[in-house]
Design a protein around this ligand. Structure first.
Ligand SMILES: Cc1ncc(COP(=O)(O)O)c(C=O)c1O
Length: 453
C-alpha cells in the first residue's frame, strides 16, 4: 500500500517513489531505478520538482524535435479535442485529410498511401504485414546493429540485445540478419572505400541464398545503436539490389525523420525512394503518440482487389493527427530542417574537439543535429568499455556513470553500451550546445582514466 493520503499534496519524493514502486522501468533491472520527477519542460529544458533545470541534450528519446511546449502544437491538441476527440478508423475526418495532404509536402516522392498507428513499433508491424501481403513472401532481412521496436515482429527485426530475452519463442518468425554498415568498426573487417561496399553485396548474397525474401528493413542512419552514417554509395546500392530481386525496401525513419539529420528524412541525403517508409517520434515532436507507415501507390493498388488485413481501434486517431499538422507547420515556419543542417558544422567541430582532447573517445560521427560520441578502452583495438552482454547483465556501464554525473550537473543525455547520442531539439542555440558539450567534456575524465596504457 502506498500511503500518501492527499494526491494533491504529493511531494517530488512521493511521485518518484510511487512511480518506482508501481510502474516498470523499461529496459533495465528494476533495482536501483529512481526516476527523476519532471514537473515541467520548455524549449530545450526540463524542470524537476525542485525547480532545477536540465538541458535536454537528446530530445528525450530523440523525439522532441520542436522542443518542449511549443505553443502552437499545445493549442492544436486542445483544438482537436474540441473539434473531434475520437471517431473510428472507418470514418473520414478533417484532421486525417489535412495531415494526409501535408505529408505529401515533406515525404520523399512516391509515398502516397498512409496507415497511422500510435508508435514506431506498431508502424513497423504494419510495414511487415503490408510487405508480406503485397509480395506474398515471408522473410524480412534486417541488420544486427538496429532497433525497430518492442512488439512481436518489430523485436524480431531488432538486431540489438533487446531481442535476446525474447529468443526464440517471444518473437515472430521469418527475420534474418545481415551485417550493418559501420565504417568505424566494420563487422566484416573491411575498410572504406576499398571495400566497395561489401556489406551491401553481402545482403545480395543473402537474398540469392534465401528463398522467399519479402523486404529489407534499415534505419538509413542507425540511431540508438550508434548514429552509424552509411557511405554515400550504400543506400543507392541497396535500392538497386532490391529492384533487381523484387524485394521491398523499408526505411525505418522513426528516429531519423523530421529534420533530425538536416533533411526531412535521412533517405533524402541520397535521393533514395523506399517502397515503405515508417516513422513516429518527431512527427508530433512526441507530444501525442503517432506512428506512420507510408507506402507507394504501387503497393496501395494491390489492396484495391485484395483484403487489407490490418487495423487498430486507434488507427488514424484524430487526437494524434491534428497535432501532427501543427508540428509540420511549425517545423516549416521555424525552418528547423534547414537549421539542423546549418548547425551541423558547429556541433561536428565540438565533438571533434572532444575526440582530440580525450583519449577515451574513439570516434565521433553524425549528420544534422544527430551525433554519436563512442568511447573505447583502446583506440588501437577499438575495444569498447562495455559490451552488449554487460548491458543485459545489468553491469554498471562507463557511459552510465558519465551520464549520471552530467544529470547531476543539469544535462540529460542518452547513453547506450559505450556511446552517447547527442540529439538536441532542433531549436537548440549554440550556447545550449556549448553547455551540453561542456558537461560531457568535464566528465569524460572518468573514461579517460580507464583507457589502457
Ligand atoms: C529506428 C526506430 N524504430 C522503431 C522504434 C520504436 O518506436 P516506438 O518506441 O515508438 O515504438 C524506435 C524507437 O526508438 C526507433 O529508434
Amino acid at each position: 500500500m502506498i500511503g500518501v493520503a492527499n494526491p494533491a499534496r504529493l511531494t517530488s519524493e512521493d511521485i518518484t517513489e510511487i512511480t518506482r514502486q508501481t510502474n516498470y522501468g523499461t529496459w533495465r533491472f528494476q533495482k536501483g531505478w529512481k526516476p527523476l520527477h519532471v514537473a515541467d519542460a520548455e524549449g530545450c529544458w526540463l524542470i524537476d520538482g525542485a525547480g532545477k533545470r536540465y538541458l535536454d541534450f537528446s530530445s528525450q528519446l530523440m523525439c522532441v524535435n520542436l522542443g518542449h511546449k511549443n505553443p502552437r502544437v499545445v493549442e492544436s491538441i486542445a483544438e482537436q479535442a474540441r473539434e473531434l476527440a475520437y471517431v473510428g478508423p472507418g470514418y473520414a475526418t478533417a484532421a486525417r485529410a489535412r495531415l494526409s495532404q501535408k505529408l505529401s509536402e515533406v515525404l520523399p516522392d512516391g509515398l502516397t498511401k498512409f496507415f497511422f498507428a500510435t508508435s514506431g513499433t506498431e508502424a513497423n508491424e504494419a510495414a511487415f504485414k503490408i510487405a508480406r501481403m503485397y509480395t506474398g513472401k515471408t522473410k524480412i532481412i534486417s541488420r544486427y546493429r538496429s532497433y525497430h521496436g518492442s512488439t512481436a515482429a518489430s523485436i524480431a527485426a531488432t538486431g540489438d540485445p533487446r531481442r535476446w530475452a525474447m529468443e526464440p519463442g517471444g518473437k515472430s518468425a521469418g527475420f534474418i540478419f545481415a551485417p550493418e554498415t559501420n565504417c568505424y568498426d566494420c563487422p566484416i573487417r573491411h575498410t572504406y572505400p576499398g571495400c566497395n561496399i561489401a556489406c551491401a553485396d553481402y545482403i545480395e548474397h543473402m537474398i540469392r541464398n534465401e528463398s522467399d525474401v519479402a523486404a529489407i528493413i534499415v534505419e538509413p542512419v542507425v540511431g540508438t545503436n550508434g548514429v552509424l552514417v552509411p557511405p554515400k554509395e550504400y543506400m543507392p546500392r541497396l535500392r538497386q539490389i532490391c529492384d533487381k530481386h523484387g524485394v521491398l525496401l523499408i526505411a525505418d525513419e522513426v528516429m531519423t525523420g523530421w529534420g533530425r539529420t538536416g533533411r526531412w528524412f535521412a533517405v533524402d541525403h541520397w535521393g533514395v525512394k523506399p517502397d515503405i517508409l515508417v516513422t513516429a517520434k518527431g512527427i508530433t515532436s512526441a507530444y501525442v503518440p503517432l506512428g506512420l507507415c507510408a507506402t507507394t501507390s504501387r503497393i496501395a493498388d494491390h489492396f484495391e482487389e485484395h483484403y487489407f488485413a490490418h487495423g487498430h481501434t486507434y488507427e488514424a486517431h484524430p487526437m494524434t493527427l491534428g497535432p501532427a499538422v501543427a508540428t509540420i507547420e511549425e517545423m516549416q515556419r521555424l525552418r528547423l530542417v534547414e537549421r539542423a543542417a546549418e548547425l551541423e558544422p558547429y556541433l561536428r567541430a565540438k565533438v571533434e574537439a572532444l575526440k582530440a582532447k580525450h583519449p577515451s573517445v574513439g570516434d565521433v560521427r553524425g549528420l544534422g543535429l544527430f551525433f554519436a560520441v563512442e568511447l573505447v578502452k583502446n583506440r588501437g583495438t577499438r575495444e569498447r568499455f562495455n559490451s552488449m552482454r554487460d548491458k543485459v547483465a545489468g553491469k554498471p556501464l562507463v557511459v552510465d556513470q558519465i551520464a549520471a554525473k552530467m544529470l547531476a550537473q543539469g544535462v540529460t543525455i542518452q547513453a547506450w553500451i559505450s556511446h552517447f547520442v547527442i540529439a538536441p531539439p532542433l531549436i537548440v542555440t549554440k550556447e545550449e550546445i556549448d553547455y551540453g558539450i561542456a558537461a560531457l567534456d568535464e566528465h569524460l575524465g572518468i573514461a579517460d582514466a580507464l583507457v589502457e596504457a
